[in-house]
Design a protein around this ligand. Structure first.
Ligand SMILES: [Zn+2]
Length: 141
C-alpha cells in the first residue's frame, strides 16, 4: 500500500466516521459464498450499497465512487467493521486462553492439595497415636 492509498483510506475512514456510515447487514453470496456487507447510501437513505469481500482480501463496492477507482466510505466502513471484528475475535480468543490457563492452574492446585492430603492420611495411618500427639490421655478410660 502506497502513502497516497493510505491517506485515501484514512480520508474515507474519516468521512465514514463523520457521517456515521456503518455496516448495517451482512451475509454471503449464494453463487460463490463470498462475504457481502450492506452499507447505507449517504445520498439516499432508502438505498444501500453492497460491498463484497472478493478472494478474502479485496473489498468491491457497487457505488459510483468505487467504480471510478476511489476508496469510498462504504468500503471504509466495511474495513473498520472487519478491523473491529478481528479485534473482538482476538480478545475473545485471549479470554478463552486465560480461562484455560486458569483451569490448568486450578487442576494443578487441586492435584497438589489432594496429594498433600493423601500424604497426611498416610502419615497419620503409619504412626502410632502417641507418636503424633502429645495430648493428655488416661489409661482408665
Ligand atoms: Zn461504495
Amino acid at each position: 500500500m502506497t502513502i497516497k492509498q493510505r491517506s485515501e483510506l484514512d480520508e474515507a475512514i474519516e468521512r465514514a466516521t463523520a457521517h456515521g456510515v456503518e455496516v448495517c447487514g451482512q451475509g454471503r453470496m449464494r453463487a460463490n459464498n463470498e462475504r457481502v456487507y450492506v452499507v447505507p447510501s449517504q445520498r439516499d437513505q432508502t438505498h444501500w450499497h453492497l460491498v463484497r469481500l472478493v478472494g478474502g482480501r479485496r473489498l468491491v463496492c457497487d457505488c459510483e465512487a468505487s467504480q471510478r477507482g476511489r476508496i469510498c466510505v462504504h468500503r471504509a466502513a466495511v474495513h473498520m467493521h472487519l478491523v473491529v471484528a478481528a479485534a473482538l475475535r482476538e480478545a475473545a480468543a485471549e479470554r478463552v486462553t486465560r480461562a484455560l490457563e486458569q483451569e490448568s492452574r486450578d487442576i494443578e492446585t487441586r492435584d497438589r492439595a489432594e496429594a498433600e492430603a493423601a500424604a497426611e492420611r498416610d502419615h497419620k495411618r503409619d504412626t502410632a497415636v502417641l507418636g503424633r500427639s502429645n495430648a493428655p490421655f488416661s489409661i482408665w478410660r
